[in-house]
Design a protein around this ligand. Structure first.
Ligand code: GLA
Length: 670
């Protein structure tokens, strides 16, 4: 938005959610003093404030919030002020049970947790906006307020609501999209299984059925649900804008387990992009996922600065096994985000709760108090971030891009697909992790994004793709770029209709191949290629039609068929690679290493130092090298300049101790 306010912060912000309503007022001054000791300078307040601000319908009490805002302001701490609408107070759901969300099986989700509201509920919206009106009017020009925080993690629990009010809103959304019922019937392929509609009134959300559901209906419901919450965000934004010039955002959830919002569509409405990220120890390589999520968040920020709005100092409470972070891990996590564009490092939450379902979630100030290693690391991190203030405004340097799509995620992981063993995000993670192991910094971009700044573009499992989006990739290769496209890409169009004539329809010509039949294999079955490379999960019966065959399946259901191909562009400068299987990590590394070399993409890191993440942020005058040592070995590598964390000069060789982080202001004169 051109006239939107921008979030200005002097240096890198350090902050947390603070829930003073959970604590006796006598502790507030001590909290603020400790925040200063830690260097905290941005505090999120009033995230779950509604039942305190409006204890009874229409009766408001701002005394607590007034007091804490003033205390923080006196201490020079800026406030990221929640609108307070994330969770409805019991009086509201008691009086209006119709706002409660309904699951796909028609059962109600009751209050007692949080976010128990239907995104399409007009009653909820009316009450929530009335609160935003009060909060906006009262604090819209309070000098402490630096940022507005709309609701909280919109759609974390309630994104998909299947009740009658959602059904009505879904119908309106469909009517706007398709105008006539005939067009909807065509888009959803309703001639199948006697599903033809005669009127929009007959349409329901994709509630649980006896068999698998219509995929067109499912993907449109996903699109609708994302748009519906974005509409809700806009409604709060409109109220805030009337009262305040302060920038507005909400915290995204770019993480491995939340997928219901198409943040490519949301991003333009944010004055600044903010993300919550939690290490997911259910994954094989949580640090690799963190790296992907921060690259994607930067993509949402168009390559510019963004805010890490929440992470944890240690364990969370919502995974099956909630692992404490190792000493130094919180600092490495934080610096990875900063290396990848974050200009605020914030946590959930300030003081560990004594009650409520998050009482075993870590915080900046643990139950055990300040005489703890955790608190000492919190204070040290504040110091490190202060020493990095000068890096703000620089941009992450990357010559490799990876295309990511929420729509493909929704469509590719449909109920009836070739293999339940293959899912979209794992394919994306596999490609990104491999590039990371090879030392590349990767920009994660939307389908259709301008690719001209890149040398290599990786396109993992881009199942659903529009003609115009596929054309950008073809044009990139036509202009001399190199692309690697992996299996189950280009299969369907915007309406999830298979592109006929052989897979991967949208990329067939570009790749110079035709896939005649998918031939996935059972979990645990190993596949071999003639080169000796190992693979699992997927094979296909491919035929080369102009592409060079670089490797073939040596066994399995596609034995003798191409497994890796490359198709040069007309003038030979560009190349389009295709991977027809899920390669083992080191074999994928080998392919992507070759592709990157051929493309002339230059890794920032060095494969001789596995575990050392190397990222560069720069602009015309400045260059900063971030070195994050995830390994248990000290690493030495060539660099010259000034190291910001230790304040020491670096003359030709930098040493990064095991587990440590270093940031070097590079000497550009040498
Ligand atoms: C989310 C929420 C917070 C808190 C944390 C716990 O990010 O926004 O309120 O519940 O999860 O990890």
């Amino acid at each position: 938005m051109s006239n939107a306010p921008t979030f200005n912060h002097d240096g890198i912000a350090y902050g947390c959610d603070y829930n003073p309503e959970q604590w006796d007022r006598s502790l507030w001054r001590e909290d603020v003093a400790l925040m200063r000791e830690a260097g905290v300078d941005l505090v999120a307040l009033n995230i779950f404030g509604w039942s305190h601000l409006e204890p009874r319908p229409g009766e408001f009490d701002f005394s607590g919030l007034d007091e804490i805002l003033d205390l923080l302001h006196e201490a020079g701490i800026r406030v990221n002020l929640g609108t307070g609408t994330a969770s409805a107070p019991p009086w509201l759901t008691f009086r209006h049970p119709e706002i409660l969300p309904e699951a796909e099986d028609g059962t109600t989700r009751f209050p007692g947790g949080r976010q128990a509201w239907c995104p399409s509920s007009t009653v909820f919206r009316r009450h929530a906006l009335a609160l935003v009106e009060q909060v906006g009017a009262r604090y819209g020009s309070h000098p402490a307020v630096a940022l507005w925080h709309v609701s909280n993690e919109l759609g974390c629990h309630n994104a998909l609501c299947y009740d009658d009010e959602s059904a009505e809103a879904f119908r309106r959304w469909l009517q706007a999209r398709y105008v006539t019922i005939e067009r909807l019937n065509a888009a959803w392929g309703t001639s199948f299984w006697s599903q033809q509609y005669s009127d929009f009134a007959e349409i329901l959300p994709p509630r649980l059925t006896l068999s698998s559901r219509n995929p067109g209906q499912v993907i449109d419901f996903q699109r609708f649900s994302s748009d519906e919450l974005l509409g809700y965000y806009r409604a709060e934004l409109e109220v805030l804008r009337r009262h305040s010039d302060v920038p507005v955002t909400t915290n995204f959830m770019v993480t491995a387990h939340i997928r219901n919002l198409d943040y490519w569509r949301w991003a333009p409405d944010m004055d600044v992009i903010a993300n919550d990220h939690y290490l997911d120890n259910r994954l094989a390589d949580p640090a690799a996922e963190l790296s992907f999520a921060s690259d994607l968040t930067r993509g949402l920020a168009d390559g510019g600065a963004w805010l890490l709005m929440e992470q944890s100092t240690g364990a969370v409470n919502w995974q099956p096994h909630n692992l404490a972070k190792a000493p130094g891990e919180m600092t490495r996590n934080s610096l990875t985000h900063v290396a990848k564009g974050a200009e605020a490092v914030c946590f959930f939450q300030w003081r560990a709760s004594l009650q409520g379902s998050e009482k075993f979630h870590s915080a900046l100030l643990p139950h055990a108090g300040t005489d703890t290693d955790l608190w000492r690391e919190v204070v040290a991190l504040g110091g490190i971030l202060d020493s990095l203030d000068e890096i703000t405004g620089t941009r992450v340097q990357a010559d490799v891009a990876l295309i990511f799509s929420w729509e493909s995620w929704w469509a590719a992981d449909g109920e009836s697909r070739p293999s339940q063993h293959v899912d979209y995000l794992s394919q994306v993670h596999a490609a990104h992790s491999s590039l990371r192991r090879l030392g590349h910094t990767v920009d994660v971009v939307r389908p259709g994004a301008d690719l001209s700044a890149y040398r290599l573009v990786v396109v993992p499992a881009l199942y659903l793709v529009r003609d115009s989006e596929a054309a950008v990739i073809a044009e990139f290769v036509g202009n001399g770029g190199h692309a690697v496209i992996t299996f189950f890409s280009g299969i369907t169009d915007e309406e999830d209709r298979v592109r006929p004539g052989g897979y991967p329809g949208a990329f067939r010509t570009l790749l110079g191949i035709t896939v005649e039949e998918f031939a996935p294999v059972l979990p645990g079955q190993a596949l071999r290629l003639t080169s000796g490379k190992a693979a699992t999960a997927w094979s296909e019966r491919t035929r080369a039609r102009g592409a060079e065959v670089l490797d073939t399946f040596a066994d399995g259901p596609s034995a003798g068929r191409p497994a890796i191909t490359r198709h040069r562009s007309g003038d030979g400068a560009g190349a389009a690679w295709y991977l027809a299987t899920h390669l083992d990590p080191e074999d994928l590394d080998e392919v992507l290493r070759d592709a990157a070399r051929g493309a002339g993409a230059v890794p920032q890191g060095d494969e001789r130092h596995p575990g050392l993440e190397v990222i560069r942020r720069a602009d015309d005058e400045r260059s900063y090298l971030f070195l994050i040592n995830h390994s248990t070995q000290d690493v030495e590598l060539p660099a010259t300049g000034h190291e910001l964390v230790t304040g020491a000069p670096v003359d030709s060789i930098a040493t990064v101790p095991a587990g440590a982080v270093r940031v070097i202001r590079e000497d550009l004169s040498r």
